[in-house]
Write a new protein. Structure first.
Length: 533
């Protein structure tokens, strides 16, 4: 077998060249062995773009009238297209050597949404791939990242990879739900005629093979590749909560190693695993519908080393759920991939990933579409009682730090520039350690912690039951410091602003924030004290 070519820019015979070449050779061998043992998942056709028009809209479109979290595409010079992907795939069970076929190939038809520059000359070469959340069809990565990736000239692809109806291969269960919940069923409920071709089997475990096949299709020269003729330099996977856990299983169960290009390089070059911890029960999705959860603490949950770059981004909730500091792999650099763990205090799961001023999940475009089509508002997926809590929510800019993490991942993959490192959240006597104000120590140090005007934590009052949340999902509020304390700390609002902006500038210099987000945060801070303390 001929060895794959050496990557450009490495010295012939160097250790890096030998290691990278060996890694690709090994991956190619695994890939060929996989097919030799009977793996035959394959895409039969990709049809589209599917026409749109009045009464024939894309479910989960980027821009939906009256949805406050909509992202318009036209001002950025972008277009949105939807394609139907038809193929055959099997689910697999775990073995010590490799995943083993659980069943014969099952037919499926799913969909992908592509958002790309209208002028192909603007394409940067980077594709962001997001599995659509199986509950309700949300795309959290896009809502957090959309404007950034369009400013870069990147392409975004969302792929339907299952429902939330069968076993814990799905997502949270709604046993008394009268309306559909799984993203495939919700999609067909939204536009029955448009989406009548969609067909997803009861066995959700095919999602990993389907993800591999869609990724390979998007990097192929095939005539039905929606990105045909475009040079893809890198494909980055991103997802939050369930779709973050999906990435961990995809890597650990060997699907990343087998998803290869003809020259042995990986189909997916980098992963952003958002708000999913292996030390929480749902942080490792069962490989197929009826597989029991892998026990928390099992070595199978620990992220494996691959030739991809991986950033795990956690809020305060994920380590809080397991009641103590978790043991994660150490940060890693090197020619064969890399790993970073980022933890951000003062936020809970997805609480301020998009816009802290928008508390209702129903402001997501897909959920707004459901309401407009008569979906029962009280049964909306992700709608929680705390969405109506009148107390100020945490405004620690989770989304801004997440965008910087993706930007760092992007540069790590494209030009080898390693991301910054940060210690995890600090623990003391079995609890998260806090400073004299009451804010958590350790992790990414937001300016809101360095120059505080509020404390962030679980709602402790008794007046508002809607703010209590639940033991596994508390509600984080912003409790502004008293005027007297603020004067004691800063003297005047002007002096506070000077210190806050210095803290923001340091975060930009250290690559924890992007300049555009820094500018918005400075404006927000000035507005917050415009009338004085």
């Amino acid at each position: 077998m001929r060895m794959p070519p050496s990557p450009a820019g490495t010295r012939a015979g160097s250790h890096s060249e030998v290691m990278v070449t060996y890694s690709r050779f090994k991956a190619l061998l695994i890939y060929l062995m996989w097919f030799a043992t009977g793996a035959s998942a394959h895409i039969l056709s990709v049809e589209g773009p599917v026409p749109t028009g009045p009464g024939n809209a894309i479910f989960g479109a980027a821009n939906v009238p009256h949805a406050r979290l909509s992202i318009p595409l036209t001002p950025f010079g972008y277009v949105e297209e939807e394609y139907f992907v038809r193929g055959m795939a099997a689910a697999y069970r775990h073995t010590a050597a490799r995943p083993e076929r659980l069943n014969p190939d099952i037919p499926y038809t799913t969909r992908i949404i592509v958002r790309r520059p209208a002028d192909s000359r603007r394409f940067s070469g980077v594709v962001h791939f997001e599995p659509i959340h199986p509950t309700g069809g949300s795309t959290f990565h896009w809502l957090m990242l959309g404007r950034y990736l369009m400013s870069q000239g990147d392409i975004y692809v969302a792929a339907g990879l299952g429902d939330a109806d069968s076993g814990w291969s799905g997502s949270p269960h709604y046993p008394n739900q009268a309306a559909p919940v799984g993203q495939g069923k919700v999609t067909k409920w939204f536009e029955p005629e448009r989406y009548s071709p969609l067909q997803w089997p009861q066995e959700d475990g095919i999602r990993y093979a389907v993800m591999s096949e869609i990724g390979q299709k998007l990097r192929s020269p095939d005539a039905d590749n929606p990105l045909r003729g475009l040079k893809v330099r890198a494909m980055l996977v991103g997802g939050w909560s369930f779709t973050g856990s999906l990435q961990r299983v995809f890597i650990n169960e060997g699907f990343h190693e087998r998803a290869r290009l003809p020259d042995g390089r990986p189909v997916f070059d980098g992963y952003l695993i958002g708000v999913s911890s292996p030390w929480n029960k749902p942080g490792y999705i069962p490989l197929f519908n009826d597989e029991p959860f892998v026990p928390v603490g099992d070595a199978r949950r620990i992220l494996k080393q691959t030739d991809a770059k991986v950033i795990v981004f956690l809020s305060e909730l994920e380590p809080l759920d397991q009641n103590g500091p978790a043991s994660f792999p150490p940060d890693r650099d090197g020619p064969l991939g890399g790993y970073r763990l980022y933890e951000l205090g003062g936020v809970i799961h997805l609480s301020s990933l998009f816009d802290a001023a928008v508390s209702y999940h129903r402001e997501e475009p897909n959920l707004t579409q459901l309401i407009q089509h008569g979906y029962p508002p009280g049964e909306l997926p992700f709608e929680l009682p705390l969405d109506t809590c009148p107390e100020p929510q945490s405004d620690v800019p989770q989304g801004a730090f997440a965008r910087a993490a993706v930007d760092n991942l992007r540069h790590w993959v494209l030009d080898g520039q390693a991301p910054p490192r940060e210690k995890p959240l600090s623990w003391e006597n079995g609890k998260l350690a806090r400073d004299t104000v009451g804010n958590v120590l350790g992790g990414i140090r937001a300016a809101e912690f360095v120059v505080p005007i509020a404390r962030y934590g679980v709602y402790r009052g008794a007046q508002e039951n809607r703010c209590a949340g639940s033991p596994g999902f508390p509600f984080y509020v912003r409790d502004r410091l008293s005027r007297e304390e603020l004067i004691h700390r800063y003297g005047t609002p002007g002096q506070y602003i000077v210190r806050y902006e210095h803290a923001i500038d340091r975060l930009v210099a250290q690559r924890w924030l992007l300049p555009d987000d820094a500018m918005r945060l400075k404006a927000k801070a000035r507005d917050s004290v415009a009338g004085g303390f």
